[in-house]
Design a protein around this ligand. Structure first.
Ligand code: SF4
Length: 258
């Protein structure tokens, strides 16, 4: 039976995207099919807080050290027991918080199947389905069942500044699914005007809908974000894109799991 390799679970608020500010239970899956800023390196040796990005990249995935190993591997029933023990079943069933699947990459195929089994148990025990957001790099198309049971897709397509080739970071079939979905946004981390040029190229090439594009400032510290926020707001005003904050960093700096 499929299992859920989970790096961390915690309650906080959604820091990014359309649901920013909502209380949320985070389920961070271990593992990813990309290695942004650390392409070709041995993952065990990557220290995202100190390492320089590999050639061709301008940043390093800031959660690699959290998602590279699972803290726990749950069966769907064990994960449901964990939610009950923490009191998250009631909060989620009543709609007082969103459930956020993040990673790593939560859409790797075996995870989708295991997650569906978890949702089945959640509905059986509470009578409700949690409002569910998925944070994905957009390289995997969700199954039909997953499509029905997710309420918000936060699709963080990667640009060339991740160090990945276009073939590695863009899956056209998955991209077109998200582009057609009324529940999906494309969220891009931007650091300068050249990122905007690349977003515009992608938008034209794949006919991405402008109203679905969100720009989020690059930065791993409050100081860096403070400088970037006004620049990115200006970019949004000019391009007609939507601004996304990074409330986690504003509130907690580089801490994860809070
Ligand atoms: S896709 Fe996301 S989780 Fe995976 S390496 Fe890139 S930034 Fe990190």
């Amino acid at each position: 039976m499929s299992k859920l390799p989970i790096s961390e679970t915690f309650m906080s608020i959604q820091g990014e995207g359309r649901e920013a500010g909502r209380p949320a239970v985070f389920l961070r899956f271990a593992g990813c099919n990309l290695q942004c800023g650390a392409v070709g390196r041995d993952l065990d040796e990557v220290n995202p807080q100190e390492d320089e990005p590999v050639e061709g990249a301008s940043w390093v995935c800031d959660t690699i050290d959290v998602w590279r190993e699972p803290e726990n591997v749950y069966s769907p029933g064990e994960l449901m027991d964990e939610f009950e023990a923490r009191g998250w079943d009631g909060i989620l069933a009543s709609g007082d918080a969103n459930l956020i699947l993040t990673g790593g990459e939560p859409m790797l195929p075996a995870r989708q199947e295991a997650y569906m089994r978890f949702v089945g148990k959640f509905i059986k025990r509470t009578g409700e389905r949690p409002f569910t957001e998925v944070e994905t790099n957009g390289t995997v198309k969700p199954t039909k069942e997953m499509q029905w049971k997710v309420d918000q897709w936060n699709v963080s397509l990667k640009l060339s500044n991740s160090g990945h080739s276009k073939e590695e970071r863009i899956n056209e079939e998955a991209l077109q699914f998200y582009n057609q979905s009324s529940k999906a946004d494309f969220k891009f981390v931007v650091s300068d005007a050249s990122d905007l040029d690349e977003i515009e190229e992608l938008r034209r090439e794949y006919n991405l809908r402008r109203e679905k594009i969100m720009l989020m400032p690059a930065g791993q510290t409050r100081e860096q974000l403070e400088k970037m926020y006004p620049r990115v707001v200006e970019m949004c005003k000019i391009e007609g894109y939507t601004f996304s904050p990074r409330l986690h960093i504003t509130a907690y700096g580089q801490q994860t799991g809070v």
